[in-house]
Design a protein around this ligand. Structure first.
Ligand code: ADP
Ligand code: MG
Length: 748
């Protein structure tokens, strides 16, 4: 073992090592390797957080150079490592100042780069034409030639540590270290280790033809061929997938053993009364999903189900039927919505659907019925007190709210089921906090209108069962979408004229802007970060005009002659809650023609008479978000029209808008969206910095690996739920489950 060869390694044991497991990996570099690699340990730690020998082994090359030369793309300002031959070496007297300059031209067989040194005889003596060198430095451009000023280099034939068989690894750059310092450090570590314990069970390695961990790391740090690098990466990718899937399989197994707080037999009187009065019949899809949910509710373990379905697919009725069953079984159901507007709307539409069934205890209420409480952050205190009283007494069988529901003062009489609408806006702490309000594990139904690609369904939502509503209820007239380039003369005026025409036929419209007013950021509380310049946006960096605001657009509309006489109002998150409610109510009742709003209307808002949507600076929104937004119109008998206005020229943003205009298939758009974003964004972890959590596995692209690992993990957990027979795998899982990783897994 390493400890036998390297002084000081025993001091490394305090780094959280389990006895006998991974001990060498825990050895701190500065104590274990310091005598051999000197100050490299300090630089590695400071710049890259590489602290232990294990960290160093996993500090992997990003590229490999062939000795028979590969063309390396040169970019000004970048750090580069090159292998090549010195073709000429000339020393010149300087004209402008004293001294001389050596220019050694290095060729890698494809291109030339000048290595320049001032006043250095030592270099002249080494860099003769014909010698092969590995050089590293920052690429510059001078007199239209590539240049490395005072690069570090080593001669291939004199440095035993540099001339490796096969490929030459290039590591991520570490300030103050040359690439060959890293090559050398890894050479020392690999040479000193006899055997590295492997977290992957042998039978799985054999099943998939993957190398053991020691071989894998050697293949990455000392590869003989590109094929070896690929195989080694396959192995690490699979390992990550397996760890992830074992975590999920363990979660599923644990849930399956939990005792549900409530057994809901189904077929109760409140649900029957509701079904009787429902003015439409459920689609086959809705019936099937209702059956799946009912089976969960009647089963021994708590339900943990994800309900996917396009905007307008009719998820709310499905959820409401489950909530009524819960009330029939003597418990309460909570519906958690991401915004006040949406909570209020759920309250209105569920009250309307239930009619007197939702007014028990009030004059005219049904005896069979229950009560519906609404709890939001900004409601008046009298209202709130009444709602809280209904929640704690159990008089309210259905409790609807925003995250205000999660506050400590909110006590439920007997919470049996939790429905979470548009889950991607809720973090795990919030979900858990609501779960914690039940005496024992409540049933959980999560609803989302954002189609989830299969790879994400198998990972981020991998511990849930899923149901999908794939057809829309009949009577929808569809929606057409067009892109409006505001720079084209007259196009914007034509847009407002079209808006006027639409509203004069008695229809209503939304005009959505990316922010409230000048100087404001994005809409607060509604994914404001979506409006930040997306660092992955290829257009970012180019100067972009200030985003259109709601207030500015409102001014524009009220003074536009083609809109004279139409009733125009604004809605955004900074309005007091009562005003928001009043505006939404007025709009729902047709007392407002045009609603100028931020994305507060994005999710779930349902006004059948609204047929037109204009999104300003549409290029500032993501694909899925635009799709959600336009789902607000064309919900009734009249066809919808969506105009996406933009001031962005041709480019990625324009292509995105064209894609949204070209299809209404939410799933296709979600795939496209996902392809354009980074993993972290997809997983809601945009802000997370630091080292990547998944280094090799792509949650977007590695569908096959993920599916394979999912099967393997299921088998492992079935035989050995706690991984007692696989202590190294258990340790890898534990590492993976450090708090931030757990959060990553849980956040949708
Ligand atoms: P979402 O899935 O977006 O939450 P909703 O549940 O809000 O969709 O449903 C959209 C509209 O369709 C609502 O007005 C709802 O009452 C109506 N609806 C739901 N199911 C049906 C159905 N089977 N037939 C006709 N209309 C339906
Ligand atoms: Mg909805």
């Amino acid at each position: 073992m390493l400890s036998a060869n390297l002084p000081g390694v025993a001091h490394g044991r305090d780094h959280g090592a389990r006895e006998g497991v991974l001990t060498h990996e825990m050895a701190r570099l500065d104590s274990a390797l310091s005598p051999l690699i000197g100050s490299a340990a300090k630089h590695l730690r400071d710049a890259r957080g590489v602290i232990t020998v294990g960290d160093l082994l996993r500090f992997l090359p990003t590229r490999y150079l062939s000795y028979d030369s590969d063309a390396t793309q040169l970019h000004e300002g970048e750090f580069v490592v090159l292998i090549g031959t010195v073709v000429t070496a000339v020393t010149r007297r300087m004209t402008s100042r004293r001294g001389s300059m050596l220019t050694a031209v290095l060729s890698d067989g494809h291109q030339e780069i000048d290595m320049t040194f001032f006043n250095s005889r030592a270099h002249e003596n080494k860099l003769h034409p014909g010698v092969r060198v590995i050089a590293g430095g920052q690429v510059g451009r001078y007199n239209r030639r590539w240049q490395l000023a005072h690069p570090g280099y080593t001669l291939l034939d004199d440095a035993a540590t540099a001339a490796l068989p096969g490929l030459y690894p290039v590591y991520p750059s570490v300030p103050k270290l040359h690439n060959w310092n890293l090559v050398q450090a890894l050479g020392l570590v690999l040479g000193a280790l006899d055997e590295i314990p492997d977290p992957l069970p042998q039978h799985l390695r054999e099943r998939h033809g993957l190398p053991d961990v020691g071989t894998t790391l050697r293949m990455l740090h000392r590869p003989e061929s590109r094929a070896q690098v690929a195989l080694a990466r396959d192995r690490l990718r699979y390992e990550e997938a397996l760890v992830l899937q074992v975590v999920l399989a363990q979660r599923r197994a644990k849930r399956a053993q939990e005792e549900a707080a409530l057994h809901v037999p189904g077929g109760g009187p409140l649900l029957a009364a509701f079904d009787d009065r429902l003015s439409f019949s459920l689609t086959d899809g809705q019936v099937a999903v209702c059956d799946e949910i009912q089976a969960d509710l009647a089963g021994p373990a708590p339900m943990n189900r994800l309900l996917q379905g396009e905007v307008g697919a009719g998820k709310t009725v499905v959820a409401l039927r489950a909530m009524l069953s819960t009330v029939d079984a003597g418990a309460q159901a909570a519906l958690l919505a991401p915004t006040e507007v949406l909570a209020a709307q759920h309250h209105r539409s569920i009250s309307a659907l239930l009619g007197d069934l939702g007014e028990s205890g009030y004059l005219g209420g049904s005896d069979l019925g229950t009560r519906i409480a609404l709890l939001t952050g900004s409601q008046g205190s009298a209202q709130r007190r009444r709602a809280l009283a209904d929640v704690v007494s159990g008089d309210a069988g259905i409790v609807i709210g925003t995250h205000a529901l999660l506050q400590e003062q909110v006590a439920f009489y007997n919470l049996g089921m939790v429905v979470i609408d548009e889950q991607h806006r809720f973090g795990v702490e919030q979900r858990d906090s609501l779960r914690g309000k039940a005496h024992s594990a409540p049933h959980v139904l999560v609803m989302t209108a954002t189609p989830i690609p299969r790879t994400i369904a198998m990972t981020v939502f991998g511990d849930m069962e899923t149901s999908t509503l794939s057809e829309l209820p009949g009577g929808r007239s569809g929606i057409s979408t067009f892109v409006v380039d505001e720079h084209r003369p007259g196009w914007l005026a034509r847009t407002w004229a079209r808006l006027g025409e639409e509203c004069r036929t008695g229809r209503q419209a939304y005009v959505v802007c990316p922010r409230i007013g000048p100087g404001s950021g994005g809409e607060e509380g509604v994914d404001a970060d979506l409006f930040a310049d997306d660092p992955t946006d290829p257009d970012a960096g180019a100067a972009r005009p200030e985003m259109m605001g709601v207030l500015q657009t409102y001014e524009e509309l009220i003074s536009d002659p083609s809109l004279t006489g139409l009733r125009i109002a604004v809605l955004h998150g900074k309005l007091p809650a009562d005003d928001k409610d009043a505006v939404m109510r007025d709009f729902a009742h047709g007392r407002i023609d045009i609603l100028v709003a931020t994305t507060v209307i994005e999710v779930g808002v349902d006004v059948g008479n609204a047929t037109m949507m204009i999104v300003r600076d549409a290029d500032r929104f993501g694909i899925s978000q635009l799709h959600q937004l336009r789902g607000r119109v064309g919900r009734g008998e009249h066809a919808g029209l969506c105009l996406l206005t933009t001031r962005a020229g041709p480019g990625a943003a324009a292509e995105r808008l064209a894609a949204v205009a070209a299809t209404t298939d939410g799933f296709e758009l979600a795939q496209l969206d996902v392809r354009q974003r980074r993993e972290g964004d997809v997983l809601g972890a945009r802000q997370s910095g630091g080292r990547g959590r998944l280094q090799f596995l792509s949650l977007l692209h590695d569908e096959e690996v993920i599916a394979t690992a999912r099967v393997d993990a299921g088998e492992l957990v079935a035989k050995d739920p706690s991984m007692g027979r696989h202590p190294l795998l258990a340790a890898a899982i534990e590492t993976w489950l450090q708090p931030e990783q757990a959060e990553f897994l849980e956040k949708g």
